[in-house]
Write a protein that binds this ligand. Structure first.
Ligand SMILES: [Zn+2]
Length: 312
């Protein structure tokens, strides 16, 4: 069986990919694996938002579904911007209390019958805010894990202060679990280690600027806990604005941010409304903590996203 080739990125694949997408070496090739573009904050100028994303290097965006309505709306958006937008279908833990048998049928059918729906989620556990009772969250999350397993579609997971229960549910399905991404990871270094050990991918956002813990995401990157072939990046727009002016952000990180990336952030993004075009800044921040080249982080994370979610 040694002739089976490794699907993970190698130099030739990456060069080939750049050529296909017609990108020059100045621009990063990026995939934003999570943007809430159905949010009403984008209702007036979505065309501009997507154009700016592309100009900044973000070639593909996965639009997050968080409930029945937004899963449906996300799919509709993919029809307006084919091969640029993709969507997910799922129910966020905050909305777990709205789950019914009809919800299950709806999510299952939407994902099964539309190739643009590339993942099940955003689903998971959020014991930080508990907008839905924890028992309901556990039950509704497990149902969505089952859908992902049945349909063999990747799982797009949200987890806040629920690491142990998350691991318990996911490992219960380990024999048939599809590729799983822990999106917008904000946990500890030990939690990251566990997720990596279990084979999951980690999605990082602009959250990095405000992490001030001594065992959090920054430390996780500095200690190189997440291998580049397990990392993905996302904006979680309109949330998670990367505040590059924060006092807590080390000078060495600020210094690596390029004028090109900062110009998109400063011209178009605010705390109230982040946009996918801020992703280059986040990639540069991640790279600074990793002590890696941003071009490498861009290529590797994009390659992972294209491969895992089958974006064409
Ligand atoms: Zn989330």
């Amino acid at each position: 069986m040694s002739s089976v080739s490794n699907p993970i990125a190698n130099e030739t694949d990456e060069a080939e990919l750049m050529k296909k997408l017609g990108l020059d070496s100045e621009t990063y090739l990026l995939v934003d694996i999570g943007a809430n573009l159905t949010n009403k904050k984008y209702a007036r100028d979505l065309d501009g938002v997507i154009q700016r994303a592309k100009d900044s290097g973000v070639q593909k965006i996965m639009v997050t579904g968080t409930c029945v309505q937004s899963s449906q709306d996300s799919l509709r958006l993919t029809r307006l911007y084919p091969t640029t937008l993709y969507s997910t279908a799922g129910v966020h833990p905050h909305d777990a209390k709205t789950w019914t048998d009809e919800t299950e049928t709806f999510i299952r059918d939407l994902a099964a019958n539309n190739s643009e729906v590339v993942a099940i989620g955003e689903c998971g556990l959020d014991f930080n805010r508990n907008f839905s009772p924890p028992e309901t969250q556990l039950e509704v999350f497990e149902k969505q894990v089952q859908i992902a397993c049945d349909l063999k579609k990747p799982l797009f997971v949200h987890e806040r202060e629920a690491h142990e229960d998350m691991v318990k549910i996911l490992t219960k399905y380990s024999s048939r679990l599809p590729p799983t991404v822990i999106h917008c990871f904000t946990g500890t270094i030990d939690e990251a280690k566990k997720y990596i050990e279990l084979g999951y991918y980690i999605g990082l956002t602009g959250f990095l600027w405000k992490d001030k813990s001594d065992n959090g995401v920054r430390k996780t990157l500095e200690e190189k806990v997440i291998p580049l072939d397990r990392l993905m990046v996302e904006t979680d727009a309109p949330f998670m604005y990367p505040n590059t002016r924060a006092n807590k952000l080390p000078e060495k990180v600020k210094k690596t941010l390029t004028d090109r990336s900062l110009s998109f952030l400063e011209r178009y993004c605010t705390f109230q409304r982040n946009e996918p075009c801020s992703l280059p800044v986040t990639v540069e921040m991640v790279s600074a903590f990793l002590e890696a080249k941003p071009e490498d982080v861009a290529l590797k994370t994009s390659f992972n996203a294209l491969k895992v979610f089958g974006l064409t």
